[in-house]
Structures are given as structure tokens and as C-alpha cells.
Ligand binder design. Structure first.
Ligand code: SAM
Length: 261
């Protein structure tokens, strides 16, 4: 083949070759992650993510456990809220808020000019939360009924999102995290509080604990997020703090797909 023919072929196929090029295309939805389905613990879901079996979510029928008296000593909620360093006027999220055990504490910390978006997937939990907030005269909370793939939070609006004892039971953790990153302002923090999986003495079922390494591995799939610190203020739980990067560009295809472990 002479040079002219080779050049002609290159010109003709340029568009085709260009279209096949890998890389982000604006507006393209990322691929869903590769969740695995295989047997695991007797009380697990059989759904796995990066080598971790996802736990069943806690039914609203277990809500009295969330309000148990011993929780003060076991989890030190006031110390947790103090460690978050919330400021008056901030807009924050409590994802998987349950009966509102942390919500009202956060609501007081951000004050009357601030706002807490309290999300859950169970309407019964949202109803309980409303009752508990009304009993305390708290009026700066917006209850949000979310889905397991979308917490339904406002976009790029929040200074901080807190999940206490929730992430390990999200049945679509990757999708939830992606949407939570959407909801954070640049620089906003995403905070996971989970019972420490590294410590066997902590009397919580294994699937309902997480190691810091596992949470960090899962967050590493979201390039818009960066790890900030693991605060060690609590008796039994990690406080793992991530941040939405100051300038992160679109949540393009670089967010997925997730490699199968
Ligand atoms: C163990 S409770 C913790 C409640 C509350 N954070 C607390 O510490 O008291 C877990 C809560 O997470 C909720 N949950 C589970 N998966 C969720 C998801 N994908 N999105 C929002 N909430 C979820 C459950 O409905 C339940 O109310």
C-alpha cells in the first residue's frame, strides 16, 4: 500500500477511531459497580461489595434500641457532635437518621439559622423522627424519605453529611456515596461513624461493624472524595472523615465501574 492510500485510510477512519477512544464523555452516567451475590453469614444479605458482605438494614421495629439509655455510655453522642465542629448556620445531612438520635443534637449545633436534612428509607422511621423532634421543639430539620440509591438531598448544598451506623447496611453503597458527594459543597465533609471492625471485644455482630481500611477502600472509588482523618474520640466507633475536593469537575465515568474483588 502506498503512502497516499495509508493517509486516505487514516483520514476516513479518524472519526471512528476517535469515537472508540476511552475516557470521560460529558454527561455520561457512570457504570454501576460489580456487586457480587454469593452465600455469606447466616444473617447477611448474600450481597457483597469489595469483599464485604452487606448487612440487612435495621427495621423500624428495632427503633427502641436506638434510644436505649446505655447508648450514652457506649457511643458518647455529645462527644461525637462536638468532634464534628458544626457551626451555627450550617446546612448538614443526617443520612439514615432513624428515630433522630443524632438529628436533634445536630439541629441544636447548627442553630435556628442552620438546617438538618434528616433522611431515611423507612417512612416509619421518618414518622418517629418527626415525633421525637416535635417533643423537643426542634424546627430546623427537613425530613427526607430517600431510596436505597438516592438520599434525595439538595445538590452541592451541604457542609457535612453524617452517617451513624448506617453505611454497612446500605444495599447500594456506591450509588449512595456518589449521590452524597453530589449533595456536598466543594470542601464539604462526609463522615462515617461505624463500630470498629478491628476490635473483637466490641459486642456488635460482625456484619454491623466496619474496619477503617474497608471504608477507605470503598471511598477510594470516588475520585471526588478525599480522606481527611480518623478521629478516635469514641469508645467503640470510628469517626471516618472524608471531604469533597475543592475542585472536582463532573462526576464522570471515572467513578465506575468497580473492579470485582
Ligand atoms: C442502625 S440504624 C441507625 C439510625 C441512626 N443513624 C442512629 O444512629 O440512631 C440504621 C438506619 O439506616 C437506615 N438506612 C439503611 N439503609 C439506608 C439507605 N440506603 N439510605 C438511608 N437510610 C438507610 C435504616 O432505615 C435505619 O433507620
Amino acid at each position: 500500500m502506498n503512502t497516499f492510500r495509508i493517509l486516505l485510510l487514516l483520514v476516513l477512519f479518524r472519526g471512528y477511531l476517535g469515537a472508540a477512544e476511552p475516557g470521560p464523555r460529558p454527561g455520561t452516567e457512570p457504570q454501576p459497580p460489580a456487586y457480587e451475590f454469593r452465600p455469606g453469614s447466616f444473617d447477611g444479605t448474600g450481597k457483597w461489595f469489595l469483599g464485604r458482605e452487606i448487612a440487612h438494614f435495621m427495621s423500624h421495629q428495632g427503633a427502641p434500641w436506638l434510644e436505649r439509655q446505655e447508648r450514652e455510655a457506649e457511643e458518647a453522642p455529645a462527644r461525637l457532635v462536638a468532634a464534628l465542629g458544626l457551626k451555627p448556620g450550617q446546612r448538614v445531612g443526617d443520612v439514615g437518621a432513624g428515630s433522630g438520635y443524632l438529628t436533634w443534637r445536630m439541629a441544636r449545633a447548627v442553630g435556628p439559622t442552620g438546617r438538618v436534612y434528616a433522611n431515611d428509607i423507612q417512612p416509619e422511621m421518618i414518622a418517629l423522627l418527626r415525633t421525637n423532634l416535635a417533643a423537643r421543639g426542634i424546627t430546623n430539620v427537613v425530613p427526607v424519605l430517600g431510596t436505597t440509591t438516592d438520599p434525595g438531598l439538595p445538590a452541592a448544598a451541604l457542609d457535612l453529611i453524617l452517617l451513624v451506623d448506617v453505611y454497612h447496611e446500605c444495599d447500594h453503597p456506591w450509588e449512595m456515596t456518589r449521590r452524597m458527594a453530589d449533595a456536598l459543597k466543594p470542601g464539604g465533609r462526609l463522615v462515617f461513624v461505624e463500630y470498629r471492625g478491628e476490635e473483637r471485644w466490641i459486642p456488635i455482630k460482625p456484619l454491623h461493624k466496619m474496619t477503617a481500611d474497608q471504608v477507605r477502600r470503598e471511598m477510594a472509588l470516588h475520585p471526588r472524595l478525599e480522606f481527611v482523618e480518623n478521629l478516635t474520640h469514641l469508645p467503640r466507633q470510628h469517626i471516618l472523615v472524608f471531604r469533597r475536593k475543592a475542585a472536582d469537575g463532573p462526576a464522570g465515568p471515572q467513578d465506575g465501574p468497580v473492579p470485582t474483588p
